[in-house]
Design a protein around this ligand. Structure first.
Ligand SMILES: Nc1ncnc2c1ncn2[C@@H]1O[C@H](COP(=O)(O)OP(=O)(O)OP(=O)(O)O)[C@@H](O)[C@H]1O
Length: 809
């Protein structure tokens, strides 16, 4: 990543070029004069080569008006040309009018024009132009005897002078060396570029003589060797290094044929090389730095492939489908014609009793309920049907009737009637469905099947949090298991981590087996599944810290969300040395939320609301389940931040309203019959069924595989009661106090983040240790954004200091 350059205010220094400013009008006039002078000189110089012999005789009498000169610019032209060419530099003198013309154009041309050159560049041009003129003149001096105009007198004299001292050969060598120096300095031509150019030319010529596509045996051998060599390198290098500035790959690579291309230097292309006044310079340089890192990243990706987060557990096998039971046992939903007819008749009859005529009726048979879609006769008001909802339900005398009047987006009325023989939607069937298998989602969840028997798959990452309610025994725990199973079947342990809160201590215990694969926990805590209320509070606060830290690193990486960040990390554009790492999604599941909020109240509500508000972009998603969806559990603050909600059957209509903002959940039939909403329409779904033995098999299967050394560790959080005041006594110091003091003294930098990194501490603990170090007098006070000063110079002094302290104490 391109770091911003912090430019210190420069102390006023003398400008290298005397700064005289010209008004625009003066610039135009002087520019014109220079262009005129340049053109005059150019013409006179050119004609001098043809007329010099004739005009030589008049040079002594230029002031005589009678004498006519042959030069195109007459006597003045002849005089100046003689001065610059014959007495001066020979043909090299032509560079003088050229330089004058360029300078004229520079002054004359409108600023921001293509001709815009900086003052410094013009000086450069003169400097290098005059040097070239001298060199050319001296070189032409070799041929002075055959033509005195080639080198002029200056060229001849200088050449002679050199020859007198180092001889002809020496002079030739000096001139050649001077030419090479000029090319290297001015034109940036290096031996590599020259050889690369010739290689390219040679291969072009070779290609044109060998048009056949089949490579010769030798070439094939070489290619094979190269591929094998590269393979060997890849094998040795895995896991592949990630872009770092200081990275050195110390592996002998197969011989590489030099790239037959002259690599253009991007900086030279876009930036005026030496102009300090030009603002563009800094902007372009920043872009180039970025490009540089990008191209570095591309190079590493080219060599080693993208970063693969699953590499550490590369042999991990996803649980096979066979672990799940097929409850339908090959049966599809059977249509009971009699039942259909009976229900239809009943509906028509009931509605007729209320004077509602029906134009048409269609039935859609789902796994547990059948939807009868009714088109009322013209003139029947929908609101009338809606008002009669309870009466109609009573008349149909069946539990679980739900009336949807009208069905959103259609002008029809829906009546859902439970089937006499509901079929179970097995988890296996939804996991195996193409909809789930092909889902291009971050966190796909296969909930079950809709009323029209379609598999219902949603992305938890888009929800972004889920509230789940349902009276006891209606299928909530099965629902949670369906969510977790979906993720276990679709995400590698490197990609998602669960934080499981289960106060009942029974429902989620099975997931203990996959602790080191899929679970996240607080450092130092024993079991990953949280059953204790105080630990829940710590964990929620720890997740808030994790969220803040993730926001910081996303900000540093200039990414808007976790998806972008991880993509950038995979493309090796983020340097792990700067604290970047692949970020797994974190899914927090809280079962029995009501119990929690009753005992801990605000302490739980506040971090949950905070996470729900902010955590979506950084990949933390919440699933909260409760038996009691009363308003003091699902508070306004919670509700506002959980747009996606699921309700299994609830006891009362008011509960349904609390959770879904509408009735309906009280009329469900239980056993996984549920309503889902993500803000607008409500969808009835039969939740997929996954039984405890199936979950056990899955967790056994995953748990028996190679795991990470530990669960994913969340940042440490110590409750407020754990905080300390500054005048803390020696006995109350943190156990890592001494180690921390040593780290800071060695680094001579009093920063909490250094301690976090070196000692693998949480943010809060590191902060507390810093406070203790300040109280002890080892580090200085807080200095805003700067690191604190370390007041002990070295380890020996620290030893003395701590011993003295101990003796005093
Ligand atoms: N999707 C489903 N398909 C078929 N049967 C289901 C489904 N979900 C639940 N059931 C049945 O309902 C019973 C109770 O389900 P579950 O244990 O999920 O209820 P719960 O709401 O979690 O109850 P509690 O809150 O007391 O734990 C299950 O044992 C099962 O027989």
């Amino acid at each position: 990543m391109a770091k911003k350059k912090i430019t210190k205010p420069k102390s006023p220094k003398k400008p290298l070029i005397p700064s005289f400013t010209l008004s625009r009008r003066q610039e135009v006039i002087i520019g014109l004069l220079l262009m005129g002078l340049g053109v005059i000189l150019l013409f006179s110089f050119i004609s001098f080569f043809f007329t010099w012999r004739e005009d030589q005789s008049i040079l002594g009498n230029i002031s005589d008006r009678e004498i006519v000169a042959q030069n195109w610019l007459s006597k003045i032209g002849a005089g100046l040309s003689d001065f610059f060419i014959y007495d001066g530099f020979g043909i090299a003198a032509l560079s003088i009018p050229v330089l004058i013309i360029i300078t004229g154009i520079f002054l004359f041309a409108p600023k921001k024009d293509v001709f815009t050159l900086s003052r410094k560049r013009i000086l450069n041009l003169w400097f290098w132009g005059l040097l070239l003129m001298l060199w050319l003149s001296m070189t032409m001096g070799f041929f002075h005897a055959s033509n005195p105009l080639l080198g002029g007198k200056v060229g001849m004299e200088l050449n002679d002078f050199l020859q007198d001292y180092i001889g002809l050969l020496g002079t030739i060598v000096v001139m050649i060396i001077l030419a090479i120096i000029y090319m290297v300095l001015r034109l940036n031509i290096t031996p590599e570029k020259v050889s690369a150019y010739f290689n390219k030319k040679a291969s072009e010529v070779k290609d044109s003589f060998e048009p056949d596509l089949v490579a010769s045996d030798e070439e094939q051998d070489w290619e094979k060797a190269t591929i094998e060599g590269q393979k060997a390198v890849e094998d040795v290098v895995k896991p592949a290094p990630i872009i770092t500035e200081e990275m050195e790959v110390s592996i002998s690579e197969p011989e590489i044929i030099p790239e037959p291309e002259i690599i253009p230097e991007p900086v030279l292309k876009t930036i005026p090389k030496t102009d300090e006044d030009d603002v563009d310079v800094e902007i372009n340089a920043v872009i180039d730095e970025d490009e540089d890192i990008n191209s570095k990243a591309e190079k590493i990706v080219e060599d080693f492939g993208e970063f693969d987060p699953t590499l550490e557990l590369s042999n991990f096998k996803f649980p096979p489908l066979e672990l799940l039971k097929d409850y339908s046992q090959g049966k599809t939903i059977t249509i009971n014609e009699e039942e259909l007819q009976a229900n239809k008749l009943k509906i028509v009859e009931t509605l007729n009793n209320y004077k509602i005529g029906i134009a048409k009726i269609t039935a859609t048979i789902g796994p547990t309920v059948t939807l009868y879609e009714i088109v009322p006769e013209a003139g029947v008001r929908i609101s009338k049907i809606k008002n009669l909802e309870d009466d109609i339900a009573l008349s149909l005398a069946a539990l679980g009737i739900r009336i949807i009047a009208p069905i959103p987006g259609k002008g029809t009325i829906g009546i859902e009637v439970p089937n006499q023989n509901p079929s179970i939607v097995s988890m296996r069937s939804v996991i195996a469905s193409p909809k789930f298998q092909k889902a291009e989602m971050e966190l796909p969840i296969a909930f079950g099947k809709t009323i029209s028997n379609e598999t219902f798959v949603v992305d938890l990452a888009k929800m972004p949090h889920l509230l789940m309610a349902g009276a006891t025994g209606q299928g909530k725990s099965v629902g949670l298991n369906a969510v977790l199973t979906s993720l276990l079947y679709s995400k590698h342990p490197a990609e998602v981590k669960f934080v499981l809160v289960d106060p009942k201590k029974v429902e989620l215990t099975l997931f203990n087996k996959i602790e080191r694969h899929y679970l996240a926990k607080l450092p130092d805590s024993g079991e990953a599944i949280i059953t204790d209320n105080s630990l829940v509070i710590n964990t929620l606060n720890s997740l808030c810290i994790e969220m803040d830290q993730r926001y910081d690193i996303l900000k540093e990486a200039m990414c808007r969300n976790i998806k972008e960040y991880n993509a950038k990390f995979k493309a090796r554009k983020l340097n792990p040395a700067n604290g970047h790492k692949f970020l797994p999604y974190i899914v927090l599941v809280v079962d029995e939320f009501a119990d929690l909020i009753m005992t801990a109240g605000k302490e739980v509500e506040t971090p949950i609301a905070r996470l729900a508000q902010l955590a979506r972009a950084i990949g933390i998603h919440l699933i909260i389940a409760t038996q009691r969806p009363s308003v003091n559990v699902i508070t306004g603050m919670i509700k506002a931040n959980f747009p996606a909600r699921v309700s299994f059957r609830v006891q009362q209509k008011v509960d349904s309203r609390t959770i879904l903002d509408s009735g309906g959940a009280d009329q469900l039939i239980g056993r996984g019959d549920m309503l889902y909403t993500s803000g607008n329409e409500i969808i009835r779904i039969q939740c997929a069924f996954v039984d405890t033995p199936e979950v056990e098999k899955i967790t056994d299967f995953i748990g028996s595989q190679k795991a990470y050394p530990d669960a994913y560790l969340l940042p440490e959080y110590v409750g407020e009661e754990g905080g300390t005041s500054l005048d803390i006594s020696i006995d109350e110091r943190d156990s890592k106090f001494r180690e921390a003091a040593e780290v800071l003294v060695i680094a001579q930098q009093g920063s909490a983040s250094l301690l976090q990194r070196k000692l693998k501490l949480g943010y809060n603990r590191a902060g507390r240790i810093i406070d203790q170090l300040e109280a002890a007098g080892i580090v200085g006070g807080f200095e805003g954004s700067k690191a604190r000063q370390v007041l002990i110079p070295d380890l020996a002094s620290l030893e003395v200091f701590l011993n003295e302290e101990k003796n005093k104490g």
